[in-house]
Design a protein around this ligand. Structure first.
Ligand SMILES: [Zn+2]
Length: 281
């Protein structure tokens, strides 16, 4: 029962901070935007509870009982097994995130998350229920291949929830603090670059928890100033594109070429503008 209080409290604190210290300019009316994303959160929570939990929890118990998976083969001390489970779940979530952009029928659903025209803590809850349902076989493979026991799964799920609320938030953190933290975990400025309408910026900063995966894959971008970023997807630039009805139907509608504006032309990379990114010391 503690988790809903912690998650709800984190969401309320971040949303209050977004009013006091906004990181990027805001385009949509705040409460319409937040309430719409809370509807997505409700559908997402139902999908997780009704479809994902009944699969992944018994699977993690079976994996533990029968000692399946890479980490059980290695016969590690329990504490190390737990830590490595969380780290490897984080890495395989990085891979899944790349797949949701690269595989066309997964992108149809992940697109619903990316078309949001403002990025804030509520965007962390804006996932189409279909994307969550489609992620269940991947989650099952993660658990079975790594050898994730139930307690590690629970810890990781809770950390992911808090991490995504944090890095989607539109809170301007003190820059010295964020530069330091960004070496280890994904921060709002880092993830803001992933939500840019500029395609080569979208194709960077894939990590959800630890930053190390983007370092290792050479996909880390620090060099985009937040004030230069327009959040969203070029092909879906208007308020009408992100309404609840249009967003829910988006995966099933005829797809526009996402990299170009409806009138044609790709957004330009932010090579000029307010000097260099704050993340670059
Ligand atoms: Zn993404």
């Amino acid at each position: 029962m503690l988790l809903p209080v912690v998650v709800g409290g984190t969401f309320v604190v971040l949303t209050a901070l977004e009013r006091r210290r906004p990181l990027r300019r805001v385009r949509e009316e705040k409460w319409r935007h937040v309430s719409r994303n809370i509807v997505f959160a409700g559908a997402a929570a139902a999908t997780v509870n009704l479809l994902e939990r009944p699969v992944v929890e018994p699977l993690a118990q079976m994996v533990q009982r029968r000692r399946y998976g890479l980490l059980y083969v290695c016969r590690l001390p329990p504490a190390l097994h737990l830590v490595l489970s969380v780290v490897l779940l984080d890495y395989t979530l990085f891979v899944w995130h790349v797949l949701t952009h690269r595989v066309p029928w997964l992108w149809r659903f992940h697109l619903v998350h990316h078309v949001d025209r403002d990025l804030d803590a509520s965007t962390a809850l804006r996932f189409h229920a279909g994307e969550l349902a489609l992620s269940i076989p991947w989650r099952a493979m993660q658990i079975a291949a790594i050898g994730v026991p139930p307690d590690a799964l629970r810890i990781w799920q809770n950390l992911v929830l808090l991490a995504i609320l944090f890095h989607h938030s539109n809170v301007e953190l003190p820059i010295g603090f964020e530069r330091f933290v960004a070496r280890f975990i994904v921060t709002p400025r880092l993830h803001g670059i992933h939500h840019s309408i500029v395609p080569e910026e979208t194709n960077s900063n894939w990590s959800s928890g630890l930053t190390v995966w983007d370092y290792l894959h050479g996909t880390l971008r620090l060099d985009v100033p937040q004030q230069a970023i327009t959040i969203g997807v070029p092909a879906y630039p208007t308020s009408a594109d992100v309404t609840l009805a249009n967003s829910l139907g988006l995966p099933f509608a005829a797809q526009r070429p996402w990299r170009v504006f409806p009138g044609g032309g790709e957004p330009e990379a932010h090579r000029q503008g307010p000097a260099v990114s704050e993340l670059v010391p």
